[in-house]
Design a protein around this ligand. Structure first.
Ligand SMILES: C[S@@+](CC[C@H](N)C(=O)[O-])C[C@H]1O[C@@H](n2cnc3c(N)ncnc32)[C@H](O)[C@@H]1O
Length: 230
């Protein structure tokens, strides 16, 4: 069987917005309320410096998913690569999606910049094996640690065989109790090792103020043999 059988054509729309509610017991944070109140201290107003640095030496092209995209700064940075990149920002919060759309780039870049409201833990079947890349920045650390296996399952499912996962992990945020929730190199390796191959691991030279020395970057490739499941 062709490993890409489930993949839709890149030009096909990803579907309309879905209003999916995550179980509040599993995630006590009301992300929508935070955006509506403008209580978004994670919004630095620009793309993650480690992503900008990575893009300066390595393109991220094709169908790209940015989970927990918030105001969309990372989506826009990825979209500036041109027409070979089709970036989808996914966020649970309708207000975050509206904000990202309002900040959308000029029409020249907008063709590659898309947003969808939805829940990473309840994705449409048409997203199976759909993406060439997933770009992670402050989504993994935002969800409750008890959901990390579900997070990995979701990322594995949406990636094509041999698809790439570029991640900036927040190792030790200065927020007691979280979010953001801390992680470790060992935990990340353990979570992804079954279905991914680690291609590169590095400590980013650039970071937002206050995050210096607290982040680690990983580049993983999904195993060709891994079967996608949501
Ligand atoms: C800490 S914020 C980071 C936003 C953005 N990455 C940034 O750096 O500005 C985490 C984001 O993840 C979103 N989020 C949380 N749980 C989610 C879920 N289950 N599915 C999709 N998005 C989710 C939140 O709404 C929020 O926008």
């Amino acid at each position: 069987m062709n490993a890409n059988t489930n993949s839709a054509s890149p030009s096909e729309p990803l579907g309309s917005d879905v209003d999916l509610v995550i179980n509040p017991v599993l995630d006590p944070v009301d992300w929508e309320a935070r955006y509506q109140a403008g209580d978004t201290p994670w919004d630095e107003g620009s793309a993650a410096p480690a992503l900008t640095e990575f893009l300066s030496r390595h393109p991220i092209l094709g169908e790209v998913l940015v989970p927990g995209s918030g105001p969309g700064h990372d989506v826009r940075a990825l979209a500036t690569q041109g027409p070979s990149a089709r970036i989808t920002g996914l966020d649970l919060s309708a207000a975050a999606i509206a904000l990202a759309r309002s900040l959308s780039h000029s029409p020249a870049n907008a063709s590659g910049e898309h947003y969808m409201q939805g829940n990473l833990f309840n994705l449409p079947e048409s997203w199976h094996s759909r993406f060439d890349w997933v770009v992670e920045h402050t989504c993994f650390c935002a969800i409750p640690p008890a959901l990390r296996s579900d997070y990995v399952r979701a990322i594995t499912s949406v990636l094509k065989p041999s698809g790439h996962y570029f991640a900036i992990f927040y190792l030790n945020p200065a927020a007691p109790g979280g979010p953001p929730h801390k992680t470790s190199r060992e935990e990340i390796r353990q979570l992804f090792a079954a279905d991914f191959e680690l291609l590169e691991e590095w400590l980013p030279k650039d970071a937002f103020e206050g995050r210096e020395g607290r982040e680690i970057c990983h580049l993983w490739r999904k195993s060709y043999k891994t079967i996608s499941r949501l």
